[in-house]
Design a protein around this ligand. Structure first.
Ligand code: PGA
Length: 255
């Protein structure tokens, strides 16, 4: 089944109103000028910018997403933001289970699945992140770890329209270190097999992104690998030039 590439930018805890305006308008104009471009593009700003960025993106082909959500839609949860609120900002995606939340906020698979369920219940697609630590990779457990994370954190009733999986080896995030092509292929094919066991016929349409130190200089080699259906970009998504160059690489187009 043909899967449309997805190039997603995770801004993390970065961005004030002024810099986000320049970043978003730069991306909109580059995208509008490239008629041959066929990948889906997504930006995931912090909650504080969802409304503003959503308004800027309205009418453009670039989608809006959030970086996390609560498991409930309303209630006495001080400091939290619900999937319904994110949807209300015009978003269509929500990242859940990023390793910075799994480790920094002690989020386990069951909570991540509940967040993904909450996202789906209001019509958002969930981007479920999985990835092994460096000791787990050294111990030869990377495939086993990501499969267990996937099996226990994807939402019930997921389909290609409502689920994206992002493989992000923890040791590659923000480090400038990247896995070899063989390592990426091994994990992505393992995740695809695991998805088949979980979702049956739906599995072949679910996109599996690679994330972790994706840059313009390495994006093309990731994007050519089998079962790599796009990328989740952190640091490089904060630069119009870099994020756009990565998007072009996903299409085999020159920067
Ligand atoms: P990075 O982050 O591209 O800065 O390594 C990726 C991510 O955490 O999604």
């Amino acid at each position: 089944m043909a899967r449309r590439k997805l190039i997603a930018g995770n801004w993390k805890m970065n961005g004030l109103r002024t810099d986000s305006a320049a970043l978003v308008s730069g991306l909109i104009s580059r995208r509008a000028a490239e008629s041959d471009f066929d990948a889906e593009m997504l930006v995931c700003p912090p909650f504080t910018l969802l409304d503003r960025v959503g308004q800027s993106l309205a009418g453009s082909p670039i989608a809006l997403g959030a970086q996390d959500c609560h498991i409930e839609q309303t209630g006495a949860f001080t400091g939290d933001v619900s999937a319904a609120m994110i949807k209300d900002m015009g978003a269509s995606y929500c990242i859940v289970g990023h390793s910075e939340r799994r480790s920094g906020h002690h989020e386990a698979n069951a909570l991540i699945r509940a967040k993904a369920d909450a996202a789906l219940s209001v019509g958002l697609a969930a981007i479920v992140c999985v990835g092994e630590s460096e000791p787990e990779r050294r111990a030869g457990k990377a495939c086993e770890v990501v499969c267990a994370q996937l099996s226990n954190s994807i939402p019930g009733g997921a389909s290609p329209d409502t689920l994206v999986v992002a493989y992000e080896p923890i040791w590659a995030i923000g480090s400038g270190r990247i896995p070899t092509a063989d390592e990426v292929v091994e994990i992505h094919s393992t995740l695809r097999r695991c998805l088949h066991g979980l979702l049956g016929g739906h599995a072949s349409g679910v996109r599996i992104l690679y994330g972790g130190s994706v840059k313009p200089s390495n994006a093309r080699e990731f994007m050519l690998l089998p079962d790599v259906d796009g990328c989740l970009v952190g640091g490089a998504s904060l630069s119009v030039d870099d994020f756009w160059a990565i998007a072009l690489a996903s299409q085999g187009l020159p920067a």
